[in-house]
Design a protein around this ligand. Structure first.
Ligand code: UD1
Ligand code: CA
Length: 473
């Protein structure tokens, strides 16, 4: 049997301090919404039921939950009259007793370990009510923990209701609680809104439980950074930085070299193998997977990309692409969705590739656009080649064989196909297939008009230089 009957996540608040058209709990750090980060940790406790209290921007939150936590039940709080009233709604929608964990949807940094330790302490001591607390260097904005003579918790006072003395208390309520459900049920109907915000505070349940003859306990967490709540964009950035450091630390412990962890942003779900190296200013997001000995950066963005062993990606921006073993990308390369670079291939400077595969050992070294193409092995695409895939209405495909040499500045007008071992002449516009072994030349023949400069630009420096070189009119 699970040790937790119910988890309640409070996420109905209006989040006015975020000044956002989006719900606060949907804002992201490390590629996951705030509420998803929290759920990942909460789920390690294997709760029997989840209830999320939603309200402000509820459709958006319900939609998101149906994707990330389809089993979670949602309860709508129409009137945002406080955390106490939100928790009560969730309790009223739950049958049965046992233990409930209550948390705010805006504390994404809580770890599995801390929640497990909190639960173990609550259960181990036979507590009926426990509050997770933290000592903050700057407690402003948080509810303060008032302890009694024996160190037990007597009440929680919200910032707006504190006296000058209470403001100096640095132990705060993290908004994470464990309650015996039947004990909480007895008092939750008695919460009063006679406070500075005119709300029903869940925090007041502590004082009420104490008055009812049961005891409440404050359990101090040893890492305050985990318990930070996000109410505005500054706190969002602070939390993101803490999460970044945590993720980078873990990769480094696993053998990844990160040259500058402060400028390296890696999403939570990214996988990186030992002996990969990440240079400064890089972001690796989505479902990216970086294999051993790959070198990424500096200043590279990889979103949901797979980078095979020993590949190198410098100063580039890549999305939903596969970069083969020992392939080279960059600098200044743009790989868009559906790019597949096979082993030892190359996409060089100022090259954009979309929905195309580049065969083993093939190269697109400079200044090219490759769209909707299939390129064979050991082929070279000359500088400034454009795969002309769009006729203004539809996209078309280009096929290029093995060991092909596309001359510089070729326009390959799709649909078109270049056979194995074929060449195209530099500067060609190729709109007919080139058979294997042929050279396709699609350009006007060059004509030299002798003496033209001497006749038409008589007094120019060019004419003088030509004369000196022996040119005649
Ligand atoms: C709350 C605590 C405070 C604690 C802090 C920790 C109360 C009264 N205060 O303050 O002691 O130090 O969290 O981060 O609980 N919510 C609802 N319905 C409502 C109001 C809020 O669902 O009617 C949700 C919010 O969406 C949010 C959570 O409850 O996820 C906390 O609300 P918030 O307004 O952020 O409370 P704080 O002022 O941070
Ligand atoms: Ca908060």
């Amino acid at each position: 049997m699970s040790k937790l009957s119910l988890v309640i996540i409070l996420a109905a608040g209006d989040s006015t301090r975020m000044k956002s058209s989006q719900s606060k709990v949907l804002h992201k750090i490390a590629g996951r919404s705030l509420i998803e980060n929290l759920l990942v940790s909460v789920d390690s406790l294997s709760p029997e039921n989840h209830t999320v209290v939603v309200g402000a921007k509820k459709e958006e939150v319900i939609n998101h939950l149906s994707e990330i936590a389809p089993k979670a039940k949602t309860v709508v709080q129409e009137k945002r009259d406080g955390t106490g009233s939100a928790a009560r709604l969730a309790l009223d929608n739950h049958k049965g007793d046992g233990t409930v964990l209550i948390l705010a949807g805006d504390t994404p940094l809580l770890t599995k370990q801390t929640l497990q330790e909190f639960l173990a302490a609550h259960k181990g001591d036979g507590n009926k009510a426990s509050v997770l607390t933290a000592q903050l260097p700057d407690p402003t904005g948080y509810g303060r923990i008032i302890r009694g003579e024996q160190g037990e918790i007597s009440k929680i006072v919200e910032e707006k209701d504190t006296t000058a003395d209470e403001k100096d208390i640095d132990e705060v309520n993290t908004g994470v609680y464990l309650f015996d459900i039947s004990v909480l049920r007895k008092v939750i109907g008695d919460l009063k809104s006679n406070n500075a915000q005119n709300e029903l505070y869940l925090t007041d349940a502590i004082a009420l439980i104490n008055q009812s003859g049961e005891k409440s306990f404050a359990i101090l967490s040893n890492d305050y950074t985990e318990t930070l709540g996000i109410n505005d964009r500054t706190q969002l950035a602070e939390a993101a930085a803490i999460m970044r450091d945590r993720i980078n630390h873990e990769h480094m412990q696993n053998g990844v070299t990160i040259i500058d962890p402060t400028t390296t942003w890696i999403d939570a779900q990214v996988k990186i193998e030992a002996d990969a190296t990440i240079y400064p200013g890089s972001a690796i997001t989505g479902d990216s997977y970086i294999k051993a000995n790959a070198v990424i950066g500096p200043r590279t963005t990889l979103d949901s990309c797979q980078v095979e062993e020993g590949a190198r990606v410098i100063e580039s921006n890549c999305t939903e692409s596969k970069i083969g073993k020992a392939a080279k990308v960059g600098p200044f390369t743009y790989l868009r969705k559906g790019t597949v670079l096979k082993n030892e291939s190359k996409a060089g400077a100022f090259v954009e590739i979309k929905n195309s595969s580049i065969g083993e050992g093939s190269k697109v070294p400079h200044l090219s656009y490759v769209g909707d193409a299939e390129i064979g092995n050991e082929t070279n695409i000359g500088a400034a080649t454009v795969f002309v895939n769009y006729d203004g209405e539809k996209k078309h495909k280009t096929k290029v064989g093995d060991h092909v040499r596309i001359g510089s500045d070729t326009m390959l007008v799709a649909p078109v196909s270049i056979g194995d071992g074929a060449y195209t002449a530099a500067g060609s516009i190729i709109n007919e297939d080139v058979p294997a072994g042929a050279i396709g030349i699609g350009r006007a023949r060059q004509v030299n008009i002798l003496g033209w400069v001497l006749r038409k630009r008589k007094e120019s420096k060019s004419a003088a230089a030509a004369k000196k070189a022996g040119a005649k009119e």
